[in-house]
Design a protein around this ligand. Sequence first.
Ligand code: MN
Length: 207
Amino acid sequence: MSLSQYNKKRKFDNTPEPGGKRASENKQLSFVVQRHKASHLHYDFRLEMDGVLKSWAVPKGPSLNPKDKRLAMMVEDHPYDYKDFKGIIPEGNYGAGVVEIWDSGKYTALADDKNADEKKLLKAGLKAGNLKFILKGKKLKGAFALVKIKNRTGDKDNTWLLIKHNDKYAVATAYDSEKETPKTSLINKALLQKDKNEPVKKKLVTD
Ligand code: MN
């Protein structure tokens, strides 16, 4: 697991994003979901593993409804410190736009055996393309899986699905992560501001 790809894509004298250093391993693992308004609005789902954040871009955002299989494209590892990053990535930079924290918290591996080595289990799950974990966020709670899609023509090698397991936190009704986002969020405020300054480009709000 390397941060060289992350570092290569960014100019740290021109973006407020943290530089890519591997952190020491924490006893309790963290996760974060960032909402990112770049050329397209999407969500970035990140799980701490081995001192970095394993990362997936989730176009539609996560769901608490187990019937939803949300496309999750694996992207480059991000530094551990990225879990606290929110703000504006200036134009001309990779991922230029606004990043806000949509949800965050701790997570654990979902293990049948309570004595299992959680970190080993997660690494094995990542390698096998079948990661099972329990999120303890403010919005996202309970068991989830990230499952890699294999051998489907046309799919890139980084295609995964994010799926909620059936448990007491699962919902049976339609789940829309956009509706769970406060109207006063950083991105929504930035879009409103833009709207005021550039009335002609009103459509930006919905792109
Ligand atoms: Mn992103």
